[in-house]
Ligand binder design. Structure first.
Ligand code: NAD
Length: 341
């Protein structure tokens, strides 16, 4: 019986993707060291799907554990989410990010090659387009210089995977370059549950709305955008999860080794201020905010050209801004303390 291995599957995007895979009847094995997640996410995924997940707690840096897992299951493919993702933290702890994200991937791919598992979907990021890139970002653009060690790890892993494909003509890679995932499963049972102070806008907005934080700080209102706040391409996490399923289906049907990148975004930019106003409009909950100085490294605006994913993967984002706001609020208001109820 074939299985899919999901690294980092207890995390935010991973848990939503595992849910979509289980709903389609796939057999899923998760490895996660729970460094930024809770096993409770997978308990809830099991309840929602009515299907079991096989879970291993541990790191992809632990090759003995990986070999043990690969010996027990016949994997058709791997979806690789495991990694650390806090941009600011990566500036202060670059070696920890290179070790976990880059060395972790090398460790995983070595074991994949050993067991002849040749299909890999990797969580990359729009950050690989770098500082000087002109939006909308398109996959044919030359990659730039990411502004943080976190971004560098994504670029390095993409380059390492391209080299692996050059050396192994059976190996197939889809690098999925995410834009800004937000929202939660429509059940309100799983969602984004960051440790400590949220780094991303949406969990911060939700935590202010639920009364856990007093007000939102908006970093800069003098950017070269319509209302002066940064513009990003926000994509609903369920659309993103379905993008992984589409990429996997495409990948396993390719006859030869390849390494292809796909932007997963909506193609529409929204400003920070517009997000706050939309949240208030659709949830009827006020979000007090103040403007504070810009943060280092934030770009004015970027969004995706997502045509390639539409053409090749037959995937498009369908959820609306209203879905993103209502689903975020359903998750946060049902679970004010995240998974630590
Ligand atoms: N959320 C975003 O805005 C965003 C944007 C672009 C790319 N990504 C990438 O997508 C992936 C998933 O992001 P997310 O938002 O779900 O983050 P997340 O932190 O919720 O999920 C990552 C998971 O990986 C686990 N993990 C970390 N290091 C591990 C290791 N060495 N071995 C095993 N498990 C490990 C964590 O415990 C966590 O459950 C990450 O690689 C991230 O860099 C995220």
């Amino acid at each position: 019986m074939n299985h899919i291995l999901v690294t980092g599957g207890a995390g935010y995007i991973g848990s939503h993707t595992v849910l979509e895979l289980l709903k389609l009847g796939e057999n899923v094995v998760v490895i996660d060291d729970l460094s930024n997640s809770s096993k409770e996410s997978l308990n809830r995924v099991e309840t929602l799907s009515g299907k079991a997940v096989t879970f291993f707690e541990g790191s992809i840096l632990d090759q003995d554990l990986l070999v043990n897992i690969f010996s027990q299951f016949s994997f058709s493919s791997v979806i690789h989410f495991a990694g650390h993702k806090a941009v600011g933290e990566s500036v202060n702890k670059p070696l920890s990010y290179y070790h976990n994200n880059v060395q972790g991937t090398v460790s995983l791919v070595e074991v994949m090659e050993k067991f002849n598992v040749n299909n890999l979907v990797f969580s990359s990021s729009a950050t690989v387009y770098g500082e000087g890139a002109k939006p909308p970002y398109i996959e044919t653009q030359t990659l730039g210089c990411p502004t943080s060690p976190y971004g560098q790890t994504k670029l390095m892993v993409e380059r390492i995977l391209a080299d692996v494909v050059r050396s192994n003509s059976d190996f197939k890679v889809a690098n999925l370059r995410y834009f800004n995932p937000i929202g939660a499963d429509e059940s309100g049972q799983i969602g984004e549950d960051p440790n400590g102070i949220p780094n991303n806008l949406m969990p911060f907005v939700a935590q202010v709305a639920v009364g856990k934080r007093a007000e939102l700080s908006i970093f800069g209102n003098d950017y070269a955008t319509e209302d002066g706040t940064c513009e990003r391409d926000y994509i609903h996490v369920t659309d993103l999860a379905q993008g992984h399923v589409a990429a996997l289906n495409w990948l396993v049907n390719q006859a030869h080794g390849l390494c292809e990148a796909f932007n997963l975004g909506t193609g529409t930019p929204y400003s920070v201020l517009k997000i706050v106003k939309s949240f208030e409009q659709y949830t009827k909950v006020k979000v007090p905010f103040k403007f504070v100085p810009r943060r280092d490294g934030d770009l004015d605006a970027f969004w995706a050209n997502a045509d390639k994913a539409a053409d090749k993967l037959n995937w498009q984002a369908h959820k609306t801004m209203q879905d993103m706001m209502e689903d975020t609020w359903r998750w946060q208001s049902n679970n004010p303390n995240g998974y630590n109820a």
